[in-house]
Design a protein around this ligand. Structure first.
Ligand code: AFP
Length: 283
């Protein structure tokens, strides 16, 4: 696993360079779900593919940008699912974006098969967070002390101060709207950029809070993809002492996606906020 984590640092440096220097416009391609792809999406995807394909431990890879699973090495142990450039719709306005990785046992693309998770934040500094089951997530940041110097492991407090509510508000259910309002009434502050990686990273580094992407009238199964987004962050939150559940109160890490691009309503937070969510939703 450490070899894989080391390669993620190389990937982070290369994609960061591309974000800072290359064309931010659209390509003439579409991804697996028919969205227009940025040139950066395509470039990040192919860079990650080429880097991961060189690793003997990797059995196969799946990109959020592609429909098919790509075989790599029949003797490899892991299938790596990745979202090459999450939040690419805000890269043109110079907000932070990220890359997410879920490292699964080969043949077990589910919460129980997830062995490790990682994400990169392309912000004013370059950051990498890696998590394996049962250990506090490790956090690296570029800076004067060198590229990717080790910072303190990430630990959430019991209760935070941030409320990051995703999805189109006019399509929220009355239950969800009342719950989100109740957090603001308690004094929670709105922090939402529209990029899952920086929004969740902020909650993790500021000690807690809630990020929600519920099922809505227009998207009953939410927007965020299980294999590429929700499950990797569920592992990071649980490893940091928080929780990650769906709208039926199930741990995200207990879910089995029906297909690689399946989505789920999802909630990530410290213990207090997830407890409040359970009460509000009755789950
Ligand atoms: P894009 O990659 O299309 O920009 O989507 C980003 C994202 O998947 C995730 O990073 C955000 O948390 C979420 O969408 C924001 O969605 P809403 O704008 O519907 O709240």
């Amino acid at each position: 696993m450490l070899t894989i984590f080391e390669r993620l640092k190389d990937i982070a440096l290369e994609i960061d360079k591309a974000i800072k220097n290359e064309d931010l416009g659209y390509s003439d391609q579409q991804n697996a779900t028919g969205d227009e792809q940025l040139k950066l999406d395509v470039a990040s995807d192919s860079l990650i593919e080429h880097t991961l394909k060189k690793l003997p431990l990797v059995h196969s890879i799946i990109s959020e940008e592609k429909e098919e699973i790509m075989p790599v090495n029949p003797d490899g142990k892991y299938t790596i699912c990745y979202d090459p450039l999450d939040g690419s719709s805000i890269v043109d306005v110079n907000l932070s974006v990220g890359t997410i990785f879920g490292i699964y046992d080969r043949g077990n693309l589910s919460g129980s098969g997830l062995r490790a998770a990682a994400y990169i934040v392309y912000g004013p500094r370059l950051e990498l967070v890696v998590a394996v089951r049962g250990k506090a997530p490790r956090h690296y940041r570029s800076g004067a002390r060198g590229l990717f110097s080790n910072r303190s492991p990430i630990r959430l407090n019991e209760k935070g101060k941030i409320n990051a509510p995703g999805g189109t508000q006019k399509y929220w259910t009355p239950t969800h709207k009342a719950f989100i309002d109740s957090l603001f009434q308690e004094g929670y502050r709105l922090r939402y950029s529209g990029g899952m990686v920086p929004d969740l990273h902020q909650i993790l580094l500021k000690g807690g809070g809630l990020f929600s992407y519920p099922g809505t009238q227009d998207r009953p199964q939410g927007k965020l993809r299980m294999l590429f987004e929700a499950l990797p962050f569920a592992m990071v939150f649980e490893s940091a002492g928080g929780e990650a559940i769906d709208d039926r109160g199930r741990r995200l890490l207990d879910l089995n996606p029906e297909h690689p691009h399946a989505t789920t309503p999802c909630f990530f937070g410290s213990k207090y906020e997830i407890g409040k969510l359970r009460e509000a939703y009755g789950v």
